[in-house]
Design a binder for this molecule. Sequence first.
Ligand code: IPE
Ligand code: IPE
Ligand code: MG
Length: 241
Amino acid sequence: MSETDSLTTGPEHVALIMDGNGRWATKRGRPRLFGHQAGARRVREIVESCPRLGVRYLTIFAFSTENWKRTQSEVSGLMAIFKRYILKEASKLLTNGVRVRFIGDRIRLDETLVRLMDELEVLTAGNDTVHLTIALNYGGRDEVTRATRRLAVEVAAGRLLPEDVGAETLAGFLDTCMLPDPDLVIRTSGEARISNFLLWQSAYAEYEFVDTLWPDFTAEKFEKILQSFQGRDRRFGAVSA
Ligand code: IPE
Ligand code: IPE
Ligand code: MG
């Protein structure tokens, strides 16, 4: 496919569970962080392919609320990679029309990282070509819990009536309140599970589990998955015409 071609009815919002960095490194006899570095380098190619492939929203899972269970050296190495990614990619993201947002709980992240995240959000706030959302210290259950807590504060203060609380009300309190629901969730590395990613938002997403380890995931592989998405019959509980 040439640079100028574009798919007709691809998914508008793709969510990606970038898994398999550790195994990719182990297979090469290298430390896990070597895999995470290779994984971080992969992100650019996928983000840059989005306009051509008609993907307007891309949400990527970078670090889960459960990933703190890893060794301290892996966790701090990952945090250093996130900082480096922001510093290295900021100007490219800006000129490519990418608007970056972060979801997840910032409370456990270090001050410098949070400042870099805030700055990148502000820097790219005027962009609209691709909406890149990075899930960092993100967990679906944690997100719903935090949203419910904020909603409960509104109810307790009398600003919201319990009978007025609907699905849309709760969705408005989620970290993703500004995003459409994902149409397609892709997980690399051969694991067929969602590991606490976008639990609420993916109620009617299509899923694609691929064996490729994240550092080997190319724009070409991404495009093939998007093409196969077009053949799917999304019924949303109804009967197709
Ligand atoms: C995904 O790769 C990146 C993060 C979870 C931060 P992994 O580190 O989970 O790689 P595997 O699954 O152990 O191969
Ligand atoms: C999911 O991968 C989280 C990210 C990709 C950031 P994990 O490797 O943490 O998931 P599990 O532990 O295999 O379920
Ligand atoms: Mg993993």
